[in-house]
Design a protein around this ligand. Structure first.
Ligand code: ATP
Length: 369
C-alpha cells in the first residue's frame, strides 16, 4: 500500500520552520492497528534512536506502511502509544495531528504537485518562513540534489529519478527531526535506483534526521540501514544490523527472505544434522529430530570428482562474476543450487565433488505447513 501522497503532502505545507535539524527519537509502544477486520499491526514495540536509519523490511502486506502512517499521524492506532522524544503523539493521552509533528515524508509515487514548479513544490513545506527566505532555502535544497537549474520547470518535465530528488528536497528543506520514506526508490529502474539511493543516503546523513525507510528489498535495507527491522504478519520478527540478520536469521522464513537457499532435510544424530551433503551442527535439537539445513548457493564449492560429496553437474549458467550451477546429489529430491567462481573447467553432465562450507550452514526446524 502507498500513502495517499498528494493529499498528505498538502497537509505538510502547513508545518514547520527551516530551523536546524535536531534528530528526534521515535517510539512505538505496544502499537496495534486494524482496517475493519484486517489486523495490520499486532502489538509492535520499537524504539528508534535520534539520528538512526531504520529500514522496515518485510513481504507485501506485513504492515510496514501502516507503521509509517501511524508514525506520521495519517493513521491513528487502535491500541498502544507513539512517542516523539518521549512525548506521546498518539495514544490514550491524546493525538497530535500530522501537520504538527514536523515530520518529513517521501512517498513511493513522489507525490509532487503537477501544477506547481519544482521550486514551488519545495517551498510548499516552508510556508512558515517569509517568502524570500523560503525561496532561498528551497533553492539551496534543490541545489543540494543537483536540480538548481530545473527550479522553474514543472515536475512532468523531469525524469523519474529527478522527480524523486525534488521530493527529497521538499521533505528535507524544512529540516525535519524525523524523515519517513515509503518505498522511495521502487518507481525507479534498477541502475538509477542504486544511484539515487546513494545520493539520498548522503542527504539523509547530512541532515542527521532520524529516518525510517520502508522497503521489501533486503539488499536495499542492507545498503541503507543502521538497523533492519524485519516484519511479518503485523509483527516484528527480528531486528539488528544487516550482518546479524543475514548471518543469524531467526527462522527459515527470515533466512529465505535474505537470499536464495537450498533446504536440505536431515535427521539429528549426536548433536549434528546428518544430510546427504554433510553433517552440520544442530545445537538445541533433540536426538532423532527431523530438521532442515539452510545452505546458501555461495556456501557450496565445486571440487574435482572423488573429493567431498559425490555429485553430478546438471546445469551451468554464466552470470558474469560467478557461474550458477545445478548439481544432482544422491539422496536429494532437488538439485543443489550453487554460485561459484572459476567454473570454466566444469562441464555439464560430468561428476564433481560437492564441498559445503559447514560453518555457513544454519539448521532450522521444519516449518509448520
Ligand atoms: N486502507 C486499507 N483498508 C483495508 N485494509 C488495508 C488498508 N491498508 C492496508 N490494509 C491491509 O493491512 C495489511 C497491512 O498493509 P500495509 O500496507 O501496512 O503492508 P505493507 O507491508 O506496507 O505492504 P506493501 O509492501 O504491499 O506496501 C494488509 O493486509 C493490507 O491489505
Amino acid at each position: 500500500m502507498t500513502f495517499p501522497g498528494i493529499e498528505a503532502a498538502a497537509r505538510w505545507g502547513r508545518r514547520g520552520t527551516a530551523g536546524p535539524a535536531i534528530a528526534q527519537s521515535l517510539g512505538f509502544d505496544r502499537v496495534s492497528h486494524a482496517y475493519g477486520k484486517v489486523r495490520a499491526l499486532d502489538d509492535v514495540t520499537l524504539a528508534i534512536e535520534p539520528g538512526e536509519i531504520v529500514c522496515l523490511l518485510g513481504p507485501s502486506g506485513c504492515g510496514k506502511t501502516t507503521l509509517l502512517r501511524i508514525a506520521s499521524g495519517i493513521e491513528q492506532p487502535i491500541a498502544g502509544r507513539v512517542l516523539m522524544d518521549g512525548r506521546e503523539v498518539a495514544g490514550p493521552g491524546g493525538f497530535v495531528p500530522p501537520e504538527r509533528r514536523g515530520i518529513g515524508l517521501v512517498f513511493q509515487d513522489f507525490a509532487l504537485f503537477p501544477h506547481l514548479t519544482n521550486l514551488a513544490n519545495v517551498m510548499f513545506g516552508l510556508k512558515a518562513l517569509p517568502k524570500a527566505e523560503a525561496e532561498r532555502v528551497a533553492r539551496l535544497a534543490l541545489d543540494r540534489v543537483g536540480l538548481a537549474a530545473h527550479a522553474m520547470d514543472y515536475p512532468h518535465a523531469l525524469s523519474g529519478g529527478e522527480q524523486q530528488r525534488v521530493a527529497l528536497a521538499r521533505a528535507v528543506a524544512p529540516r525535519p527531526g524525523i524523515l519517513l520514506m515509503d518505498e522511495p526508490f521502487s518507481g525507479l529502474d534498477s541502475r538509477l535506483r542504486d544511484l539515487i539511493r546513494e545520493e539520498t543516503l548522503a542527504v539523509m546523513r547530512e541532515t542527521r534526521a532520524t529516518c525510517i525507510v520502508v522497503t521489501h528489498d533486503p539488499e536495499e535495507a542492507m545498503r541503507m540501514a543502521d538497523r533492519i527491522v524485519l516484519m511479518r504478519a503485523g509483527r516484528i520478527v527480528q531486528q539488528g544490523s544487516a550482518g546479524d540478520l543475514y548471518r543469524r536469521p531467526i527462522d527459515l522464513d527470515a533466512a529465505r527472505f535474505f537470499s536464495d537457499i537450498n533446504e536440505v532435510p536431515g535427521i539429528v544424530r549426536g548433536g549434528k544434522l546428518v544430510t546427504p551433503v554433510g553433517y552440520f551442527a544442530a545445537p538445541g535439537f533433540a536426538e532423532g529430530a527431523v530438521a532442515l539445513a539452510a545452505i546458501r548457493p555461495q556456501a557450496i564449492f565445486a571440487r574435482p570428482p572423488g573429493m567431498c560429496v559425490p555429485g553430478r553437474l546438471i546445469a551451468k549458467r554464466f552470470l558474469g562474476e560467478v557461474d550458477f550451477l545445478e548439481i544432482a546429489v544422491d539422496g536429494l529430491d532437488q538439485p543443489l543450487k550453487a554460485r561459484v567462481r572459476s567454473a570454466e573447467t566444469l562441464i555439464e553432465g560430468r561428476d564433481i565433488g560437492v564441498d559445503v562450507a559447514a560453518s555457513e550452514v544454519l539448521v532450522f526446524a521444519v516449518p509448520e505447513a
